[in-house]
Design a protein around this ligand. Structure first.
Ligand SMILES: Nc1ncnc2c1ncn2[C@@H]1O[C@H](COP(=O)(O)OP(=O)(O)OP(=O)(O)O)[C@@H](O)[C@H]1O
Ligand SMILES: Nc1ccn([C@@H]2O[C@H](COP(=O)(O)O)[C@@H](O)[C@H]2O)c(=O)n1
Ligand SMILES: [Mg+2]
Length: 217
């Protein structure tokens, strides 16, 4: 017999019951999304889910989608949303947490619309790490993490996909007033100072009609 918590219950329903808080973390390849997410996790208690890392783990697990994922990644292309969303939902459900940094997702309009339709989750906001392409290229070529897609040919393809498919998603959220843009060209600690400002609740000034001791905006 099934119970309210059993695994036969639709994954989207079980996730909705968690009422998770989601922040999308976007920016070009090498803009520093992963680096800053690690710091946010340490300071603010979020769980970091990188769509790229989840896809790499799925590929390495010998899954039936492994070859397809590898081919798409080598070309810098975006894997069909169905695959990535399932991985994200599973990771969110398995986590004991209810607040998530979803890094590198949504990468295109298909990702965005499918996530909204399937999960019904609306992000709190989008953190956008804005960095010049030359600096991103320099960082990736120095990364040395053994990523197969960190070669100049694939990097150029990833930049093209970012401009053509991912920037429009950022524009979509700008239209909804949900983008928190960060100058990601600065050194790591300076970028994190800007990030901290966004994550730290503001105390309202007495002059603005708030109370210094208890008014959190
Ligand atoms: N502000 C920074 N200044 C200099 N180097 C940085 C900065 N932020 C990150 N790096 C370095 O740049 C490289 C890329 O950073 P990171 O992996 O965080 O980028 P990313 O946005 O997650 O990239 P991808 O989209 O390819 O996964 C890493 O080697 C990291 O140490
Ligand atoms: N939503 C996504 C995110 C990533 N991919 C694929 O993974 C590659 C690496 O992503 P990183 O965020 O780790 O740089 C990316 O180039 C895509 O091929 C995806 O398909 N969908
Ligand atoms: Mg990354």
């Amino acid at each position: 017999m099934g119970t309210a918590n059993d695994s036969s219950k639709d994954i989207s329903v079980r996730l909705a019951e968690k009422n998770p808080k989601v922040i999308f973390v976007l920016g070009g390849p090498g803009s520093g999304k992963g680096t800053q997410c690690e710091k946010i996790v340490q300071h603010f208690g979020y769980t970091h889910l990188s769509a790229g890392d989840l896809l790499r783990a799925e590929k390495n697990s010998g899954s039936e989608n492994g070859i397809m994922i590898q081919n798409m990644m080598n070309e810098g292309k975006i894997v069909p949303s169905e695959v990535t969303i399932k991985l994200l939902q599973k990771a969110m459900l398995e986590s004991g947490n209810d607040k998530f940094l979803i890094d590198g997702f949504p990468r295109n309009e298909e990702n965005r619309a499918a996530f909204e339709a399937v999960t019904k989750i609306e992000p709190e906001y989008v953190l956008y790490f804005n960095c010049p392409e030359k600096e991103m290229e320099r960082r990736i070529l120095n990364r040395n993490q053994g990523r197969e897609d960190d070669n100049i040919e694939t990097i150029r393809k990833r930049f093209k996909v970012f401009l053509e498919s991912s920037l429009p998603v950022i524009e979509y959220y700008k239209g909804k007033g949900k983008v928190r843009e960060i100058d990601a060209a600065k050194p790591i600690e300076e970028v994190f100072e800007e990030v901290k400002d966004i994550f730290t609740p503001k105390v309202q000034n007495v002059e603005e009609g708030g109370c210094r001791c208890c008014a959190i905006l």
